[in-house]
Design a binder for this molecule. Structure first.
Ligand SMILES: Cc1cc2nc3c(=O)[nH]c(=O)nc-3n(C[C@H](O)[C@H](O)[C@H](O)COP(=O)(O)OP(=O)(O)OC[C@H]3O[C@@H](n4cnc5c(N)ncnc54)[C@H](O)[C@@H]3O)c2cc1C
Length: 416
């Protein structure tokens, strides 16, 4: 049943009858909360990649639905508290712009902050990451989605996916909601390529994965209003070894372990717990197997792929049990990301963006950062919107059409 005034009235009267002694079956006769949504593009996951994919698809005129299993947009940036996206620049020049940059700039401006000067090459890569207020970032992301005509569905996730004559039927679940989505294209931005997994398409994963982290803040007195409070200050963090974003059981385990470690720190440090993120951050789980797998050699040599859609920039940054020693790229090197690393092998009408990009583990440790995820998201959104418009699959869309659209929306496209 669709949500409607009539539906609401019906539920209310059923409940009234039940309170008055009717059998519970009276409620079951009405499949409350079943909805059907028809759209061109379904974006699953509202993190750095998914926000930009949805806004780009919406701005390009595609009827777009964004499904997010949590309560807000931002993913790792907001829910896990990693609110310092990078890197938008390399070697004194901006290399990533577009919708992600627009959102970051507006967040910083509304918060009264300042942006790094990209003409300066910092001695440490992370110095040019942009500190954003995560609360404002989430609010502005919602506003931009709304302005682009993107419909948001929180607390929902896909349960099964079937091919249809011109795309997909995706059956989704949320509490009190069963949604059937009929769409032409899917953009999987779940971080760990969950929809690709649901389709039984091959994914890559190594035996060992990087630890996740739980972010929190300890201090001596509770004073959330001061400038270094939770909205703007750097948080503390503990590693969560074995953190795996693959399913509700593994995410539960990571959150429980992370929180236990935080409690231990509170007791040891004898300080007050000022702040803790609601969910652990996950560095690594599954990556897709695409037609191109970006290798660490491609990444470190700055290979310019023929079908490059964006740049990426960050040291190779593999966290292990003993910590991390970033390996900076050689001076002047700027890696690129090809469209064929966003399209699962042997697939049609589905594309991914974000940390699940088809890549080996070492390349992925650099590719997974937020500015690169934003750029991939915008590219995937453009490809999906064009494929829906042209009634074809993403890899059949002419590269020049995708690049033209990206340039139109202010993205920086590598020269090939
Ligand atoms: C501790 C830590 C520190 C980091 N440090 C930095 C840094 O300094 N700078 C930097 O730029 N990057 C950093 N990164 C990397 C970066 O933050 C992430 O790799 C990036 O944000 C991933 O973006 P994404 O959009 O691919 O995925 P995510 O941010 O994980 O977003 C995925 C979204 O999809 C949702 N989702 C998942 N499954 C489903 C489903 N089945 N249905 C519906 N929704 C679903 C999730 O709730 C989430 O909102 C760090 C990461 C971690 C964990």
């Amino acid at each position: 049943m669709q949500y409607s005034a009539a539906g609401m009235a019906l539920v209310a009267s059923s409940r009234g009858a039940l309170d008055g002694g009717a059998t519970p079956q009276a409620l079951h006769a009405h499949p409350e909360g079943s909805v059907t949504t028809e759209c061109d593009v379904l974006v699953v996951g509202g993190g750095a990649a998914g926000i930009m994919a949805a806004i780009q698809a919406g701005r390009a005129g595609a009827k777009t639905l964004l499904l997010e299993r949590n309560s807000q947009l931002g993913g790792t940036t907001t829910t896990a508290g990693v609110s310092f996206p990078g890197l938008f620049d390399a070697w004194g020049k901006q290399i990533i712009a577009g919708i992600g940059w627009e959102l970051v700039c507006e967040t910083v401006a509304l918060d009264g902050g300042t942006l790094p000067d990209f003409s300066q090459v910092p001695d440490r890569h992370w110095k040019n990451q942009v500190r954003v207020n995560p609360f404002l970032y989430a609010l502005l992301a919602e506003e931009k989605c709304e302005q682009a005509g993107v419909r948001i569905a929180y607390y929902e996730f896909p349960q099964s996916t079937h091919k249809t004559a011109d795309g997909w039927q995706v059956d989704c679940a949320g509490f009190g909601t069963r949604r059937r989505v009929l769409c032409k294209q899917i953009v999987d931005c779940t971080g760990g390529a969950e929809v690709v997994g649901l389709l039984n398409l091959p994914r890559l994963r190594d035996q060992e994965t990087q630890p996740g982290s739980m972010l929190f803040k300890l201090d001596t007195a509770h004073n959330p209003g001061r400038p270094n409070g939770p909205g703007s200050g750097l948080l503390d963090s503990v590693y969560v070894h074995g953190a795996d974003s693959s399913n509700s059981r593994t995410v539960t385990a990571a959150n429980l372990n992370g929180r236990k470690s935080v409690l231990k720190q509170v007791r040891t440090a004898k300080k007050r717990l000022m702040h803790m993120q609601p969910e652990a951050g996950f560095r690594e789980s599954y990556r897709i197997l695409g037609d191109t797998v970006i290798t660490v050699e491609d990444y470190q040599s700055g290979r310019v792929f023929e079908d490059a859609v964006c740049y990426a920039f960050y040291p190779v940054d593999l966290h292990t049990r003993s910590g991390v020693t970033p390996k900076p790229l050689a001076r002047g090197t700027v890696p690129t990301i090809p469209l064929s690393a966003l399209v699962p092998k042997n697939s049609q009408n589905i594309i991914v963006a974000g940390r699940c990009v088809s890549s080996d583990r070492l390349a992925n440790s650099g590719l997974r950062v937020q500015a690169s995820c934003m750029a991939m998201g915008q590219a995937a959104g453009a490809a999906a919107a064009l494929a829906a418009r042209q009634q074809t699959t993403v890899s059949e869309v002419a590269m020049e059409d995708i690049r033209d659209m990206l340039r139109q929306y202010k993205a920086i496209v590598p020269a090939v």
